[in-house]
Design a protein around this ligand. Structure first.
Ligand SMILES: Nc1ncnc2c1ncn2[C@@H]1O[C@H](COP(=O)(O)OP(=O)(O)OP(=O)(O)O)[C@@H](O)[C@H]1O
Ligand SMILES: [Mg+2]
Length: 434
């Protein structure tokens, strides 16, 4: 359906192509800018308007690569360091830490800065001028149940954006942005529950969407509630990995001399957690691995773990687990061959086992929807539309849980990876012109 045009207005002194809207996602990012004829997403890699939130420090070619090209360089075994899911570092103690790259160390916040600067440069090249105002998306909670740390996370992102040359930095909740995208196509007022289920967080808003209000800047009266939880696709990957893959690398096996004790687990948790994989490149891991190997009653499995870390295939493994997870959205079964870990290692996954293993994550997302309904003070039956976006909304059990929470609602799906970016751009245009 064609998007409704947005008339150019300019009382805030910003021409509409003088502000960017950045959806810095845990897994994928977009950049948009408003134009008189509607929001435009920037082509970030060839024709792609989404870019994986990945960065590769290629120490062999002495360059920094982003997105698909970062992942490709890593997959082609260029020497260097791959980092992914860096948004998850915001609000955690890691943000102040550094990680080794070649023969120096670089701070996590500076790595996020490099990524945002790359997005800014891509957009400026497309628009043809320098842009110093940005509307950044943010989850409803960067950090669960801790307002101070949550605010700190936003402040960290703002400081990083400023360090990239943005002088005016505003934020909007990601699900409100998705609501604005949805609203561009409604013909009558609806009470919509918007669920943006991404890589790092599940974000929910209940919004009265209406064609009559679509171009209003102040929508406080139409936003009934927002809720969110730090659970997203990367947590589903982690759960699948810990449940079905890491045991083949010794996780949960026992100690030779103390058969009642399991092997230490932190290294397995790091290997199953996208944004922590890079930490395993530190020298201390080699010592830890020797200790684990010494303790193990099944040292052959720990050999596999050591091989993954030595050969730096942790991201490849996480990517393969993610691919298996995605396959399970459409198929009952999936097989993952892992010859780079052991010649004949192949793991069978089933949708039923995946649903079972991730039940608690899915229940927490459903609980967040109920919390949002409670905050809004509306009964579930009054929600007329369930608007789903974000990659994790493709998981059948997650969709079913969302639908069960608002049984009378009509299910509508947005552009899974572009809705938030489009909505942020609509919001940026309205703010710039207000
Ligand atoms: N078909 C699918 N089935 C299941 N999961 C999927 C599918 N497609 C993508 N995903 C998952 O969706 C997640 C990425 O979604 P998305 O791009 O919406 O997240 P994001 O915007 O980067 O994250 P966030 O908004 O939480 O910061 C990844 O975890 C990916 O594995
Ligand atoms: Mg997102």
């Amino acid at each position: 359906m064609p998007r409704k045009p947005h008339p150019p207005r300019s009382s805030r002194g910003l021409a509409c192509d003088s502000i960017l809207a950045i959806d810095f996602g845990t897994s994928n990012s977009t950049v948009g800018y408003p134009t008189p004829s509607g929001p435009v997403l920037v082509a970030l890699e060839e024709d792609h308007v989404t870019i994986p939130s990945a960065i590769f420090f290629n120490t062999e070619d002495e360059c920094v690569q982003f997105g698909r090209s970062a992942i490709d360089a890593y997959t082609q075994h260029y020497e260097g360091r791959l980092l992914r899911a860096l948004k998850s570092v915001l609000g955690s103690s890691l943000i102040e830490e550094t990680t080794p790259v070649g023969n120096h160390r670089i701070a996590f916040k500076d790595i996020i800065g490099l990524f945002l600067r790359h997005l800014k440069a891509k957009a400026e090249a497309q628009v043809g001028k320098s842009i110093t105002a940005v509307m950044l998306g943010r989850p409803v909670h960067f950090v669960d149940d801790d307002e101070a740390r949550d605010q700190t996370a936003q402040n960290q992102l703002e400081a990083i954006a400023r360090s990239c040359g943005f002088k005016q930095v505003d934020f909007q909740y990601e699900p409100i942005a998705a609501a604005l995208d949805y609203e561009a196509r409604v013909d009558a007022e609806e009470l919509a529950l918007i669920a943006d289920l991404g890589g790092g967080t599940a974000d929910i808003s209940i919004v009265r969407v209406s064609p009559a209000h679509h171009l209003k800047v102040d929508r406080k009266a139409d936003v009934l509630a927002n809720a969110g939880i730090h659970i997203g696709g990367t947590d589903y990957d982690k759960r699948l990995s810990l449940n079905q893959v890491m045991p083949h690398l010794g996780y949960k096996t026992h100690q030779r001399l103390h058969p009642a004790r399991e092997l230490p687990s932190p290294v397995y948790f790091d290997l199953a957690t996208w944004h922590r994989i890079v930490l395993l490149n530190d020298n201390s891991t080699a010592t830890l691995l020797k200790e684990i190997h010494h303790l193990a009653d099944q040292p052959a499995l720990v050999h596999r773990l050591a091989r993954v870390i030595r050969e730096q295939t942790g991201h490849k493994l996480a990517g393969d687990v993610e691919t298996a997870k995605i396959a399970l959205s459409d198929m009952e079964r999936a097989t993952l061959a892992l010859p780079y870990i052991d010649d004949d290692l192949a793991i069978e996954f089933s949708q039923a086992a995946f649903e079972q293993a991730t039940r608690s994550e899915t229940q927490k997302i459903a609980a967040s929807i109920h919390e949002c309904l409670n905050q809004a003070g509306v009964p579930p039956s009054s929600i007329t539309t369930l608007f789903l976006t974000g990659g994790t909304s493709a998981i059948p059990s997650v969709r079913a849980a969302c639908q069960a929470a608002v049984p009378n609602a009509r299910l509508v799906e947005g552009d899974r990876f572009g809705s938030v970016g489009i909505g942020l751009t609509i919001h940026a245009g309205l703010r710039a012109n207000s």
